[in-house]
Write a protein that binds this ligand. Structure first.
Ligand SMILES: Cc1cc2nc3c(=O)[nH]c(=O)nc-3n(C[C@H](O)[C@H](O)[C@H](O)COP(=O)(O)OP(=O)(O)OC[C@H]3O[C@@H](n4cnc5c(N)ncnc54)[C@H](O)[C@@H]3O)c2cc1C
Length: 403
């Protein structure tokens, strides 16, 4: 007998899981297909930081709404999420970065989010572990975190309890269109599923899934390394820590050749997890689908961490891993319907904010499919925003290698 679903979701990362969760909450018959296992892609690599990144107001509003949704999801989850709200201390490296803190404080406060500037003394009162020459920073009490692998699992479990079919170890081989070009069927390695709607949540593999339908999705891989330390019996720090210079590494420069710690786009971001391990990142590279771990980069990330928290120089590293963030030219995700292919939706391109933005993504996709008013405007997130200007040459080259 033919299998049927109202919506097929392709990809079992945190984004696909969130789409399944919010759609099944509305009573939609969801069938999620994942070729490996939940969180086998970028979602496995995430720090799990739920961050109020504020490069633009659009990004900040998505993140802020998503953090509200995260607290609801964590409250109803029946599996462990390690959801915590430790707050974030943002750090400066040198006094000339203090204006960036002023900008951050103004931007978050304009959105009604508490963010307090800290001078050199106040920042060390809050986090005594910090190096004595950290000139100041800020405190954002509402920043939160989860264990990223559990995050997708919790939402997938919520979807399963509401009747969603979760098919892992099954690869989507092609998507077929019916009369008028409407989505009609998904062919997987486990058989066909008849459906009028497909959500592509395939992370950096989304361009390859969309290309046979004649749809160009401007997403390319942006690699990151993460270090996890041994379990420490004591808490070295209580808050999430992130240097304000992290924002500079988000810029789309394809030149990873800047001297000192900026080489490989290294910036300090770290959390001590419930078990006592510390996660330390981060870096950004455009190296295609290369997932190898590089000792040089691990060393640069560790050195940068010890600049802010000297005690980290004496902590042993348990493991280093890498992941491929789905990067778009303007750092915003691509969410919503694809014009010209009725029934096709995109939920991808979250780069370093997918764990943070998964709930708002799931909600917006659900509202879009059901024709409900969106919780936030979809226009700045539409695929068509890239029609106006050609993609830079280097982006086009990287994209050509992705499909
Ligand atoms: C080092 C690093 C640190 C990060 N830290 C944070 C952080 O602290 N906070 C934060 O918010 N974000 C963070 N991120 C970003 C976050 O991890 C990503 O934005 C997010 O995981 C993207 O999720 P996704 O579901 O879109 O993609 P993925 O997790 O990559 O999922 C895509 C899935 O699609 C599946 N798939 C692909 N093709 C097919 C097919 N043909 N058939 C079936 N399935 C298919 C893949 O197997 C994969 O499981 C980090 C990322 C990295 C790399």
């Amino acid at each position: 007998m033919a299998r049927t679903a109202d919506v097929v979701i392709v990809g079992g990362g945190v984004i696909g899981a969130a789409c399944a969760y919010f759609l099944s909450r509305e009573g939609v018959r969801v069938h999620l297909v994942e070729r490996q296992y939940f969180s086998s892609g970028a979602s496995r690599a995430s720090h799990g930081g739920l961050a109020l990144i504020h490069s633009t107001a659009v990004e900040l509003r998505l993140a802020a709404r998503s953090l509200q949704l995260w607290s609801e999801i964590a409250a109803e989850a029946r599996v462990v999420t390690e959801y915590e709200v430790p707050g974030q201390v943002t750090l400066t490296d040198t006094p000339d970065e203090l204006p960036l803190i002023e900008h951050q404080v103004a931007m978050l406060r304009a959105e009604g989010i508490q963010c307090d500037p800290l001078d050199a003394q106040q920042i060390r009162e809050l986090e005594p572990c910090l190096a004595p020459d950290v000139p100041g920073g800020s405190y954002i009490p509402s920043e939160a975190m989860v264990q990223s692998i559990y995050a997708a699992a919790a939402m997938a479990d919520g979807a399963r309890r509401r009747g969603a079919v979760l098919e892992t170890g099954s690869a989507v081989e092609r998507i077929e269109q019916g009369s008028g070009g409407r989505i009609a069927r998904v062919i997987t390695s486990q058989g066909a599923i008849d459906t009028p709607n497909v959500v592509l949540a395939g992370g950096v593999w989304t361009p390859a899934l969309a290309a046979p339908l004649g749809v160009r999705v401007p997403v390319i891989p942006r690699k990151g390394h993460v270090i996890i330390t041994e379990i420490l019996p004591e808490r070295i720090y209580r808050h999430k820590l992130q240097e304000v210079g992290y924002h500079k590494t988000l810029e789309s420069s394809f030149e990873n050749t800047v001297v000192d710690h900026r080489q490989f786009g290294v910036a300090f971001a770290s959390e001590q997890k419930m078990a006592g391990n510390i996660l330390i990142g981060t870096c950004r590279e455009f190296v295609g689908f290369d997932m190898s771990t590089q000792a040089t980069i691990g060393a640069a990330v560790a050195k940068r961490a010890a600049r802010f928290v000297p005690a980290l120089a004496n902590v042993r590293v348990l493991r280093i891993w890498t992941g491929l963030r789905p990067h778009t030219p303007d750092h915003l995700p691509i969410l919503g319907p694809v014009p010209g292919v009725e029934g096709l939706y995109l939920a991808t391109g979250h780069e370093g904010l997918g764990t943070t933005m998964a709930p708002i993504t799931g909600l917006l996709i659900s509202q879009s499919i059901l024709g409900q008013p969106p919780a936030l405007p979809l226009e700045p997130l539409s695929l068509t925003r890239f029609d106006a200007a050609p993609l830079p040459d280097h982006f086009q080259e990287a994209l050509a290698a992705s499909v």
